[in-house]
Design a binder for this molecule. Structure first.
Ligand SMILES: Cc1ncc(COP(=O)(O)O)c(C=O)c1O
Length: 440
């Protein structure tokens, strides 16, 4: 493929700016971008637009953890060496410091580092003594981990249907599934989009159930709460429920280089319980005060997370810019439903998931588009292809369950590449490929 490009050079730095058809439509916009670059880079030489036959079509996936590492390689390598030479490998200085820094970032009093996000959810349930005989309401449109964690506690997951426009829990469906056995609700801020917490908290208070937020995909996402006659307040996801649970799986917005997770809470009693639960129920004198588990965040992962945390907001902002480029570049394609943020929310854009509306003429539109993108070396994902209650491990427990919106949405979702290191030129390539597919 040949694309026109402009090379800006500044000393030894060369920057290649590809002129796509989008800029072709708007020469003024293109010139403005060049002008901005000239200011920020003090450009000394411009090589005029030419054609480039050698522009490589690099494969694009929907996440790129290695690029994340390379972006901060020196600091990460130093952090790992610091731990290796510290002789403190488990629950030492790094975990303690990360817990403080992460709690401050989330605007809460306590953060407890644990082995992974699934354990974070499980230990949160156990901290409230939720177990056999209890029910926990959640969504079937999530990573299986959410439901696995409920199962680990001994409680039963009860599914409510989702909203078609964004795939988050449908709050209007909760009252239809709640029973006297329900002890908690576990909302998932899916793809990094905050669920309407004001409405959820009011519902939970009315039904006396605890809210444990699954924030595995929503670290750094925020929501504005509006109270009558009071100024609007902004809150990080995880800080409004009784506990918020996070995953630091390598592809997450705040990713370790292995497994990691955390629970956050404002409640000192719950924090102490969680610290016990993650380590055999030990007190400070290593007496098991209550039965616990082994679920510790390790020092190396904590040290890496401490390098990455200060960059999280900038990385999330970068994700937002990419999402905005997709939203604007793809709007107007009638067969696509795009993930526009809902009112008062500031998503973390962990994934950019659009829905491809199938029709009688094209019943498998999503799969055809996915295949077409793969032929262009763009690897889109599907989050999630099968509702949890229809998966082999769970279907026996829910033989008669049918949730129509979930079943319709799982057949249409497609996740586009989104990660901070993705260039806007690459985003344009994805948009062009999708437009090309629909123009066929
Ligand atoms: C929504 C959701 N919940 C929970 C988890 C579990 O996190 P982990 O893989 O760290 O156990 C994940 C991670 O995939 C997730 O996406």
């Amino acid at each position: 493929m040949t694309l026109p490009f402009l090379t800006l050079s500044c000393g030894k730095t060369k920057l290649r700016l590809v002129k796509t058809s989008k800029f072709g439509d708007s020469q003024a916009q293109f010139s403005k971008i060049i002008a901005n670059l000239e200011v920020t880079m003090s450009v000394v030489k411009k090589v005029p637009m030419t054609e480039d036959a050698t522009l490589p079509l690099t494969p694009l996936g929907f996440a790129a953890p290695k690029q994340q590492y390379l972006a901060q390689k020196n600091e990460i390598d130093q952090a790992i060496t610091r731990v290796l030479t510290s002789e403190q490998y488990i629950l030492g200085r790094e975990v303690a410091a990360f817990e403080q820094e992460f709690a401050a970032y989330c605007g809460v009093a306590h953060a407890i580092g644990v082995a992974n996000g699934t354990d974070a959810l499980h230990l949160a349930l156990r901290a409230l003594n939720i177990g056999a005989g209890d029910e926990v309401i959640t969504t079937p449109m999530t990573a299986v981990a959410t439901v696995a964690a409920i199962g680990m506690s001994g409680a039963k997951a009860v599914f409510a249907d989702i909203r078609p426009e964004h795939g988050l829990l449908d709050l209007a469906k909760l009252s239809g599934v709640v029973t006297p056995r329900c002890r908690a609700i576990m909302p998932v801020h899916l793809y990094g989009h905050p669920l309407n917490m004001a409405e959820l908290l009011a519902w939970a208070a009315q039904h006396h159930v605890a809210v444990i937020e699954d924030c595995a995909q929503a670290v750094g996402a925020e929501i504005d709460l509006v109270a009558p006659n009071a100024p609007l307040t902004r809150h990080k996801m995880g800080s409004l429920g009784v506990m918020g649970c996070f995953s630091f799986y390598p592809t997450k917005n705040l990713g370790a280089m292995g497994d990691g997770g955390a629970v956050i809470t404002q409640d000192a009693g719950l924090a102490a319980k969680l610290r016990g639960l993650r380590q055999y129920g030990w007190s400070t004198s290593r007496n098991s005060e209550f039965p616990g588990y082994n679920s510790r965040l390790d020092e190396i992962q904590a040290a890496i997370l401490r390098v990455k945390l200060p960059h999280l907001d900038a990385n999330n902002l970068r994700r937002r810019r990419i999402a905005e480029a997709y939203l604007h570049g793809l709007s107007g394609i009638p067969d696509l439903r795009l993930p526009w943020p809902t009112a008062n929310t500031h998503p973390a854009w962990h994934l950019f998931v659009m829905q491809c509306r199938s029709s009688k003429q094209s019943p498998d539109l999503r799969d055809k588009l996915k295949e077409y993108l793969a032929s262009q070396r763009i690897h889109a994902g599907i989050h999630y292809p099968v509702p949890i209650y229809q998966q082999p491990a769970y279907r026996q427990a829910y033989p008669h369950l049918s949730l129509p919106v979930t079943e319709a949405v799982t057949a249409t979702v497609l996740s586009l590449p989104i990660y901070p290191e993705l260039s806007l030129v690459e985003v344009e390539r994805v948009i062009r490929a999708i437009k090309g597919f629909f123009a066929q």
